[in-house]
Design a protein around this ligand. Structure first.
Ligand SMILES: *[C@@H]1O[C@H](CO)[C@@H](O)[C@H](O)[C@H]1NC(C)=O
Length: 308
């Protein structure tokens, strides 16, 4: 038996840093950011569900985003926190595959959801008179079913190409991600990497191009608006979404699409830390600070609590 052909049952997750001092700081940092994103996102979901003023397509999709972000951070950050206490934390093969599938599914769902939200903005700005007709309750539910199912199907494809034999058991990442796992494979991964690129084209670049086109159309119709208040209104509808999209796709594309050098694993690790732990924390903040409807709903909720 060749020693390099053994079927591995456990991996070592290198995590973010080996230095004990740095680990303490990391622990504090990620603990706080995890709490903020859990609280912020649960708060958004609760507020949107309980406030009739927020029962519009935009907020329904936003609550889908918050819902998604709760699970996305939970798929890696608690484990990252626990692993701060171990010198060489391990993860079993099965848990690794489960974690990888959940992260793939949620990541892809987020890509699709942001495209759906862009379409919603487009309908609101470019077609305000027919907005309620276009984004009917039924159509929104169809869209939601479509992107959740689409994400599920597209997350199965990379799973089929995941390696089963490994020559190395040390994952240079804080969570199991396909990219990091492929690097440990014994066999030639050229074909698999090509398949993965095709897949990430469908789930990442295609929605991104759609969003770019949509924002192009939005920008054109905003430029046609003469009044300053009209422009401001359009910007307040889509501004928050544009910020979220830029941060999310910026970091995702820099991981999955841009060519990389030797230090690529470290780069991947930090970028996925960014959208796994930091972005989910900012989404609720971006949407609530900039938004009159959310503030209004919140104050109304407070008022109800105080008077009731
Ligand atoms: C997701 O969006 C759909 C469609 O608008 C909505 O019916 C559903 O309640 C949302 N789900 C969550 C958890 O926010």
């Amino acid at each position: 038996m060749g020693s390099n052909e053994t079927k591995m049952t456990e991996f070592i997750l290198l995590g973010i840093s080996d230095y004990p001092k740095a680990q303490k700081v990391m622990f504090a940092l990620f603990f706080v950011s995890y709490l903020i994103s859990l609280l912020g996102n649960s708060f958004m979901v609760g507020l949107i569900i309980t406030s009739p003023v927020l029962h519009t397509p935009m907020y329904f999709f936003l609550s889908n985003l918050s819902f998604l972000d709760i699970f996305y951070t939970t798929s890696s950050v608690p484990q990252l926190l626990v692993n701060c206490f171990f010198l060489r934390p391990t993860i079993s093969y099965i848990r690794c595959v489960i974690q990888m599938s959940i992260r793939l599914f949620l990541g892809i769902a987020e890509c699709f959801l942001l495209a759906v939200m862009a379409y919603d903005c487009f309908a609101a700005v470019c077609n305000p008179l027919h907005y309620t007709l276009i984004m009917s309750r039924k159509f929104c539910i169809h869209l939601a079913v479509a992107f959740w199912t689409g994400a599920f199907v597209m997350s199965l494809i990379p799973l089929l190409i995941q390696p089963t034999q490994f020559c190395n058991y040390v994952i240079n990442h804080f969570a199991c991600e396909l990219q990091a796992l492929l690097k440990l494979s014994c066999s030639d991964i050229f074909l698999k990497e090509i398949l993965l690129m095709v897949n990430s084209f469908v789930v990442l670049i295609a929605p991104f191009l759609f969003i770019l086109l949509t924002y192009g159309r939005i920008a054109m119709s905003v430029l046609r608006i003469r009044s300053i208040t009209g422009r401001r209104k359009a910007f307040s509808t889509c501004g928050s979404h544009l910020i979220t999209v830029s941060i999310f796709y910026g970091s995702a594309i820099s991981t999955y699409v841009l060519p990389k050098g030797k230090s690529s694993s470290n780069h991947d690790k930090f970028v996925s830390l960014f959208y796994g732990a930091v972005i989910p924390m900012f989404n609720p903040l971006i949407y609530s600070f900039r938004n009159k409807d959310v503030k209004g709903a919140f104050l109304r909720l407070l008022g109800k609590k105080i008077s009731g």
